[in-house]
Ligand binder design. Structure first.
Ligand code: AMP
Ligand code: ZN
Length: 471
């Protein structure tokens, strides 16, 4: 099946194509490093990873970049008026008694650690905003030359009306309601239009910021939207293929990225395909630091659950639908993934040998490809994996080789026994016991329970399947 993605720009699913000869140019908006990244944010970064993996599976070369917002990003940035509120880095500084550079360094490291734990596609580079200040200044100068900026009391602003007078449309990604919602938010009355946004903010006269730079307009720091445009133009060119982010970025941040790029280059569209992931909810509601449910990867590993099981959980829903996180649902994903790993482990005492002997089963591969190529239908792809590992009609070597082939997309490390916290032999016994139970062979099932116990583990049955615990 031809690779198809839903494009937020055209609001329809489209067959994918690229104009670039050097691989698909792709960019995902990265974290603001002022706090721990939440499992909500990770859902969006896992979407970026998945798009890259699916492209590679379809034999495209991918040129992938992600920014690190280590300066600015005011608390009002995502909610209508992009230039109000406190600076997130400066706010964290007060909270933690460190300077803004130390905070950015600490949370950048933490983010990269989590990124590895979730097995996310390594980009060509992570791009810190603070290492690209000259590029951002140059972008603003280009916009100034094009007559798209004006100066007010607190900074240099982008003039959205002047942009439209040049024949561009502002805010194609947002819907009218979002623009109206923006209009209701209090905004700086000096702005010509509520949609206009800061390109460069001036440092306050009475205080010294940790992060500030000289510019042709005075000492200050770039507006949040400048970094993504300046850096993606630098690394991916004036027009590129794919831009990924969370759905909240559709209303302000992404329209502003587009306006800056198109205003500076005169070329439209800046990016051909815009992909937005729906939000992760927790216990059926909003996730938030103030609600105490903004879970991080550390909360997950503290419960002895692998971040790879979180990947499995993410794939249990479609990326364009909200997904509801509960600990119960994550535990069910963890159990399901462990079982698959156990089946693979039991059938692959010698993976090298199997890889030499086995081959990818074409009929399963077809089904898998149709699922992933249909705008990333991962719930269906997971069900294909389940069907495959339980299929008694295909040779174990082919099953393992096919599952490992799918794992190029899933990224579950299916072949790695070391990633299974419960020993493989215990999982194998547990799977055998499950089979015995399904066959209502209670005598065998009891014997297997005893052997599991002799390894130091207890097996419990829940309505979601079995759970294994250490004695
Ligand atoms: P932020 O650090 O707030 O700029 O968010 C970083 C990324 O995570 C952005 O792409 C957001 O759209 C995304 N994001 C924030 N909250 C959630 C959530 N609950 N579920 C999914 N993505 C989210
Ligand atoms: Zn961005």
């Amino acid at each position: 099946m031809a690779l198809t993605f839903y494009n937020s720009l055209t609001r329809k699913a489209e067959p994918f194509s690229t104009t670039s000869a050097n691989g698909v140019g792709m960019y995902t908006c990265g974290p603001t490093v002022y706090n721990y990244v939440t499992i909500g944010n990770w859902r969006t970064y896992t979407l970026g990873d998945l798009v890259a993996r699916v492209l590679r599976y379809n034999e495209y070369k991918v040129n992938y970049y992600m920014n690190i917002t280590d300066v600015g990003h005011l608390t009002g940035d995502n909610s209508g008026d992009a230039d109000t509120g406190e600076d997130r880095m400066e706010k964290a500084k007060a909270r933690e008694g460190k300077n803004a550079w130390e905070i950015a360094k600490f949370y950048t490291e933490d983010f990269k650690h989590g990124y590895t734990m979730l097995n996310l596609t390594e980009p060509e580079a992570f791009l810190p905003a603070t290492e690209h200040i000259p590029e951002q200044i140059a972008l603003i100068q280009q916009l100034e030359l094009a007559g798209l900026t004006y100066r007010i009391n607190d900074g240099i602003y982008f003039d959205t009306e002047a942009f439209e007078k040049k024949g561009f449309t502002y805010g194609v990604l947002s819907n009218l309601d979002q623009i109206k919602a923006g209009a209701r938010v209090d905004f700086n009355p000096e702005k010509r239009n509520f949609r206009d946004f800061a390109l460069w903010k001036f440092s306050p006269i009475d205080a010294k910021r940790d992060m500030e730079w000289q510019s042709p307009w005075g000492v200050g720091f770039p507006g949040w939207h400048s970094e993504c445009t300046a850096m993606s133009l630098k690394y991916l060119g004036e027009q590129f293929d794919i831009h990924v982010g969370g759905e909240d970025l559709k209303s302000t941040h992404h329209p502003n990225e587009i306006a800056q790029a198109e205003g500076a280059t005169g070329k439209s569209p800046f990016v051909h395909l815009w992909m937005h992931g729906a939000f992760l909810q927790v216990d059926g509601g909003r996730m938030g630091k103030s609600l105490g449910n903004a879970y991080t990867l550390a909360d997950i590993t503290a419960r002895n659950i692998s971040p790879l099981s979180l990947r499995y959980f993410y794939f249990s829903g479609h990326y364009r639908s909200p997904l509801n996180f509960t600990w119960e649902a994550l535990t069910a994903s963890d159990t399901a993934l462990k079982r698959i790993k156990a089946i693979i482990a039991s059938d692959s005492t010698d993976i090298e040998h199997l890889l030499a002997g086995g081959k990818v089963n074409e009929s399963y591969r077809e089904k898998f490809l149709s699922a992933i190529n249909d705008d990333l239908n991962m719930p269906l792809a997971l069900s294909v994996l389940h069907e495959l590992v339980h299929d008694k009609n295909i040779a174990p070597s082919d099953m393992v080789v096919t599952a490992l082939n799918f794992d190029e997309v899933f990224g579950f490390n299916l072949g790695e026994k070391s990633s299974i916290e419960i020993p493989a032999e215990v999982l194998i016994l547990a799977n055998k016991r499950e089979e015995a139970r399904n066959a209502k062979n209670w005598a065998d099932s009891d014997k297997l329970r005893d052997s599991i116990a002799s390894h130091g583990y207890i097996i419990k049955d829940t309505d979601k399947g079995f759970v294994i615990e250490k004695k």
